[in-house]
Design a protein around this ligand. Structure first.
Ligand code: SRM
Ligand code: SF4
Length: 572
């Protein structure tokens, strides 16, 4: 661990995270030594941060933290592991292996689907870490680069129902993910017991100090915006030929992101900016140019200002674009027309144009667990045993049993009904709501999110019923803190945790996910939240134009001013 005082003497410019990376020997640190240290359940010093590059976060159970401190015990440390799963596709064989491990070594045996199309395993003890990495390796998965200053899990529109180009788009998500992976051998040495290579590590794309901050990439197939493109640094919008049969290229959009800090006006959410269109063969050179420009130009002094969106605002979008064109030796063509319409998943059975069936299962909070009423986890396991296709995790924390043959459908349907995976009573409102993990595992949580979402939705459902609009819905999201993991700033109604039981209430995002919500009430408790929602939903039900959605209504009715250019007007 580097002494901060020494650091300041050496250089008082770069932030500490930069020194940790620089001195990590290409992400090795002393992780191996820490693994053998049985005096603590956690990782010490720089390793706390370095294990993130390997896809793991050190956590403790916040519900019992105070009690353990009182008893002079170390917090109950354990590790959350996040898998790398570009486009969210996992084979049923892989699933069965993961589910077996989770059953033995995670909190309540749970698997948590995330809104970046992968899964997290919470509560793994340090001594079990090598086994999970070796298992992942055996089934051709890994958790490399799912956290910290690298390109994260690459998203790809998940619903295969309508699109002939889905498979091609997915292949690109995988290719980009692999292309941008760290090249260091550290992961293999530490977790897979592979020998240290004699050659020197080099990181031709990410560089020896990796990126200034996390970097997020998405591929989306219009009109779906299920991946919420505006939460990502780099976005590829799929463009197909005139017959909509072949992928021909992508529109490129950059600089999206949602995290803020309460009251810190130097932070702001930002929508992605359109750069232009590129044909398929230029994808890799464009990807490299964009990520290396952010690598070289991103702020390494202030981490709160280090993401691509801040770099773009500092240097100007035109300069950023020119640099990309120079590095990639290309000229962007004009953006090709596209429309965005939906963000949700199609819960239930749908038939793809390839003749295969897909069953999208609604998973509340993405939490795959055996509940007392429904054995969700067992149900998915039983389906995995007989299903010949794949599973797909969606960016809305749901699961698709994809590419089901006609002859398989009946058996899968029966299992899904038996285990409560098909439930026609789930309202549209519930389907279009989302929360982040928050308490008890997230160290940054300020207020509850996942644990209170179900009950908050029930209250919204009651209000909708009262106003005879129970067939309608409002995109509703709760983030436990302003890091904004549930993408609450792109919701029609968003709650962002301020402190225990208190939230800021945001209104005015739209259904398509192309408008940022604005703060309406600050620091309010549940009772006040529902008093406000009661009034607002009643007003909407009474005064809305025929197809007018809640987010558009609150803008038209001047309940909140629209956020037009978030860089300038988000904090007004
Ligand atoms: Fe997130 C940090 C959970 C999507 C913005 N996020 C965290 C950590 C790892 C807390 C930490 O740093 O110790 C949370 C772990 C909680 C736990 O116990 O599991 C966490 N983030 C999640 C997940 C699991 C939420 C979910 O319920 O699905 C999502 C995992 C995605 C994945 O598989 O990779 C998740 N996080 C997001 C998103 C949404 C997205 O990417 O589409 C955002 C907002 C978009 C953006 O980046 O602007 C997001 N998470 C953050 C931030 C703020 C980053 C920033 O730019 O400042 C942090 C804090 C940080 O990185 O310092 C954070
Ligand atoms: Fe944790 Fe905050 Fe992200 Fe929720 S939004 S998971 S509380 S970091």
């Amino acid at each position: 661990m580097i002494d901060k005082k020494i650091l300041n003497k050496i250089d008082n410019h770069l932030n500490v995270a930069e020194y940790i990376k620089k001195n990590s020997n290409f992400l090795r640190g002393t992780i191996s030594e820490d693994l053998n240290n049985s005096l603590t359940g956690g990782f010490i010093g720089d390793n706390y941060s370095l294990i993130r590059f390997h896809g793991m976060y050190q956590q403790d159970d916040r519900d019992i933290r105070k009690e353990r401190l009182k008893q002079k015990l170390e917090p109950r440390y354990s590790i959350m592991l996040r898998c790398r799963l570009p486009g969210g596709i996992i084979t049923t064989k892989q699933w069965l292996n993961i589910e077996k491990f989770a059953g033995k070594h995670t909190i309540y045996g749970s698997i948590r689907l995330t809104n970046r199309q992968t899964f997290q395993l919470h509560g793994i003890l340090k001594k079990k870490l090598k086994s999970i990495h070796q298992l992942l390796n055996k089934i051709k998965l890994d958790s490399l680069a799912t956290a910290n200053d690298v390109n994260r899990n690459v998203l790809c529109t998940s619903n295969p129902m309508k699109s002939t180009i889905h498979l091609e788009a997915y292949k690109w998500a995988k290719k980009i993910s692999e292309y941008l992976l760290p090249k260091t051998n550290a992961y293999s040495e530490i977790w897979l017991n592979k020998k240290k290579l004699l050659t020197t590590d080099i990181e031709p794309i990410l560089g020896s100090t990796y990126l200034p901050r996390k970097f997020k990439t998405s591929i989306l197939i219009p009109p779906e915006n299920d991946v919420d493109l505006h939460a990502n640094d780099l976005n590829f919008i799929a463009i197909s030929d005139n017959e909509n049969k072949k992928l021909i290229g992508f529109n490129i959009l950059i600089g999206g992101g949602l995290s803020i800090e309460h009251g810190n006006k130097k932070t702001y959410p930002r929508l992605s900016t359109e750069l232009g269109y590129i044909p398929l063969y230029k994808i890799i050179s464009i990807t490299k140019a964009i990520i290396t420009t952010q690598r070289d130009w991103g702020n390494r002094i202030d981490r709160k200002n280090a993401k691509t969106r801040y770099t773009i605002e500092r240097v100007g979008i035109n300069k950023f674009k020119k640099e990309i064109e120079k590095r990639a030796k290309i000229k962007f063509e004009k953006i090709k027309p596209y429309i965005l319409k939906y963000r949700g998943d199609y819960i239930g059975w749908t038939k793809g144009i390839n003749g295969l069936w897909n069953l999208t299962i609604f998973i509340e909070n993405g939490r795959i667990l055996n509940y007392s009423k429904f054995l969700i986890k067992n149900g998915i396991k039983e389906i995995a045993k007989i299903h010949k296709g794949n599973f797909r995790i969606t960016a809305n924390q749901n699961l698709i049993i994809s590419d089901v043959l006609e002859k398989e459908k009946k058996n899968i349907n029966n299992l899904a009904i038996f285990y409560g995976l098909i439930n026609n009573n789930i309202s549209k409102q519930r389907q279009n709501s989302m929360a982040c993990v928050s308490f008890p595992t997230c160290p940054l949580a300020m207020a509850e999110a996942e644990r209170i979402l179900p009950e908050f939705i029930t209250k919204i459902e009651i209000i909708m019923n009262k106003n005879n609009i129970n067939n309608n819905y409002i995109i509703f999201r709760i983030s436990g803190c302003p890091n904004g993991c549930a993408r609450a700033l792109l919701a029609e109604i968003g709650l962002i945790g301020k402190s225990l039981n208190k939230y800021n209430l945001y209104l005015g995002g739209n259904r398509e996910g192309t408008r940022i919500a604005r703060i309406y009430k600050e620091n309010i408790k549940e009772k006040e939240i529902f008093k406000e929602l009661n009034n607002l939903i009643k007003l909407w039900a009474k005064n809305k134009k025929k197809e007018e959605n809640f987010g558009d209504f609150v803008i038209r009715a001047k309940i909140v001013k629209p956020v037009i250019n978030s860089v300038k007007d988000f904090w007004l």
